[in-house]
Design a protein around this ligand. Sequence first.
Ligand code: DP6
Length: 335
Amino acid sequence: MKASAIAHSNIALIKYWGRSRNHDPNLNIPSNDSVSMTKYGLTDDIHLQTHTTIEFSDNYQEDTANLDGAVLVGRNMDRILRVIDPLRKYADVDAKFKMMSKNDFPTQAGLASSSSGFAALAIATVNALGIHFTKEEISKYARLGSGSAARSIHGGFVYWNKGSSHETSFAQQICGPNEFDMNAVIAIVHEGKKEVTSDVGHNLAHTSPFDAVRIQRSEEQAKEIKKAILSDAFAKVGETAEENCKYMHAVMMTSTPPLYYWSPETLRLIRSTQKIRKEGLECYFTIDAGPNVHYFCRPEDTLELQKMLEKIEGVSKTIPVKPARDSQVVKKHLF
Ligand code: DP6
């Protein structure tokens, strides 16, 4: 009863920010549909993926989990149990588990490590327990660990239907990694841990007077962007993603207490986008719950964009990415 999986992180084009207040907050049912691109890092050492091995055995006296060499306890272990316990129950298994996980990128650097982490955990657990689930079903369990992980089960471009219950809130693929020509370049300005986790932010979103407007527009934009992806309308995809990102940050900044994730370098990058576009390179930005900036571009512009971003003051590193394939089971175990 041992299995391993590799999952990739994802970047949202239409953001999930805030949980539905009509449901148990532990279910991570979002207030709106969201859309993302699953990412494969194009550098030699950073593919933006998590590799996880889990084993269930009567030989284990207790559940243990280890991420990048550190034993997980408290809230981190609770989130893992939120995924594993219902699956263990479903499979009618009592055995304890040992889990080991490795990220090939810095944990919590605003690079969405939880999306790949909980996707890899859900896939490995389902397989170790011998459960036959579709990807959509696995997506529901990944969601219990981290909302955005629901989307990382699939590769390419992904739509998470908010649903209205555990059974109906899951992600589906819009199209595979080779069906829409879009890459991204991540401009890193800060690699430290997030000051306020998304988890806290999700609970504050409703305190912003702009929350309802963002939710309504996001619902419309999710449908618009899906259509644009399927008709290869790159400009429409980029413009919609950029607009949606600004809505989310407007909600963050106007919550009580307010959340300011941008640093001065973030604003410098936002302003540079207009200049880069004027120089003829078509690109669009998005920013998650942190100061780093993702730029979407056509694949042939990736290298040029990377060079341009590296010249901007405050950018310590850039990571080019392309759409990843589905996250999946692998034979290589970590123990
Ligand atoms: C800003 O709840 O999935 O990235 O707290 O890291 O588990 P964690 O994140 P999650 O929230 C994601 C928030 C976001 C937007 C998005 O990915 O849709």
